[in-house]
Design a protein around this ligand. Structure first.
Ligand SMILES: NC(=O)N[C@@H](CC(=O)O)C(=O)O
Ligand SMILES: [Zn+2]
Ligand SMILES: [Zn+2]
Length: 378
């Protein structure tokens, strides 16, 4: 439900009377101040383990009902048994009374056996398998070196079990420019994969380019989907260098040109069912980001909903926000939509400069900046 109010105050300053060229009074523009939507899920989330897990899980649990939890721990979550253990530790770290539901994933390796997929399906806690090309991103060193050469029997079993494949879609060939790695991955891996196994459900994670948008749009609805992060909707690659090197804007796949950002905004605000919310919230302790060799990953969990609302608001598409945050993901995964609701209110708030813990600090995306939308869970 959207409450459309004629704001007595625009952005909480008074709204001046406006006149057109002929001197006629112009009706004030309706400003949406409050929006109640089905509770969102996060279809791409890093919760880490140990102290970091304890520190970050409340931020996701306070806004999202479910999350697809990434398996790139050290060591990676490669078996159903490990996924069950990891899920238990997430449940233990949740704030008292939380109904957050972590949906687990397995980390695909060259050695994953098709029987592991059967176990995963039977477990009822594993919802997808994640492909990290070896060396493509954080903790991907145990990932896949040759998808078609090593993983075909597993992929066939996944198609049989209706188990989605989630992909970090970048080639790792060092001769390929880092800004072209997603495009080349689509051409050399994804296109051949869906041709070979059209029954396999695939999610292209954290898409960053117009090429990815076009690819996903060209595929059959329900067979290929994509998650979209707040950073790839709001920032272009200039944000990496604005006034000096900005390590907290560094993630993989790296931010791209403005034309790509615009294509992604257009895709998610178009009402297409193929695109859904996946924050890729990826916390790293401050000193690991502000380093001579800084880690890739942006911590967005505490600000993500505000930021998605900002994108849809600025595009004049707030009526499309709920499908993106709360319908398209569960529909793609074949899961029920949530019955709980949250309310987003237009009420400015300042993002904390940092979150401080005994082990160090985590810097959130848009640290210290003022945002307009604020989520309130019922
Ligand atoms: N997105 C990132 O930059 N980093 C992620 C890994 C990933 O999703 O690629 C992480 O785990 O830190
Ligand atoms: Zn990734
Ligand atoms: Zn990720």
């Amino acid at each position: 439900m959207i409450k459309t109010l004629v704001s007595p105050c625009s952005g909480f300053g008074s709204q001046k009377l406006k006149f057109d060229r002929s001197g006629k009074k112009v009706k004030p523009r309706a400003v949406r101040m409050e929006l109640t939507i089905t509770q969102p899920d996060d279809w791409h989330l890093h919760l880490r383990d140990g102290d970091l897990l304890q520190a970050v899980v409340p931020h996701s649990a306070s806004n999202f009902k479910r999350a697809i939890v990434m398996p790139n721990l050290k060591p990676p979550v490669t078996t159903t048994e490990a996924a069950v253990t990891y899920r238990d530790s997430i449940m233990k770290a949740l704030p008292h009374g939380s109904s957050f539901d972590p949906l687990m994933t397995l980390y695909l390796t060259d050695k994953t056996h098709p029987d592991e997929i059967k176990l995963a399906r039977e477990s009822g806690v594993v919802y997808a398998v994640k492909l990290y090309p070896a060396g493509a991103t954080t903790n991907s060193q145990d990932g896949v070196t040759d998808l078609f050469g090593k993983c075909l029997p597993v992929l066939e079993e996944m198609a049989k079990q209706n188990m989605p494949l989630l992909v970090h879609g970048e080639v790792t060939d060092p001769s390929i420019d880092v800004f072209d790695r997603e495009k080349i991955f689509i051409e050399t891996v994804l296109q051949p994969l869906i041709q070979r196994l059209p029954q396999l459900k695939v999610v292209m994670e954290h898409i960053t380019t117009m090429d990815a948008v076009n690819f996903v749009e060209s595929c059959k609805e329900g067979s290929v989907g994509a998650t979209v992060t707040p950073q790839h909707l709001l920032l272009n690659r200039n944000a990496l260098f604005q006034g000096g090197l900005q390590p907290h804007n560094y993630c993989l796949p790296v931010l791209k040109r403005e034309i790509h950002r615009q294509a992604i905004v257009k895709a998610v605000t178009s009402g297409s069912k193929k695109f859904f919310l996946g924050t890729d919230s990826a916390p790293h302790e401050r000193t690991r980001k502000e380093s001579s060799c800084g880690c890739a990953g942006i911590y967005s969990a505490p600000v993500a909903l505000s930021l998605y609302a900002k994108v849809f608001d600025e595009a004049g598409a707030l009526d499309k926000l709920e499908a993106f945050t709360s319908f398209n993901g569960p529909d793609f995964y074949g899961l029920p939509r949530n019955s709980s609701k949250i309310t987003l209110k237009k009420a400015p708030w300042k993002v904390p400069e940092n979150f401080s813990f005994s082990f160090g600090e985590i810097i959130p995306m848009f640290a210290g900046e003022t945002l307009q939308w604020q989520p309130f869970s019922k």
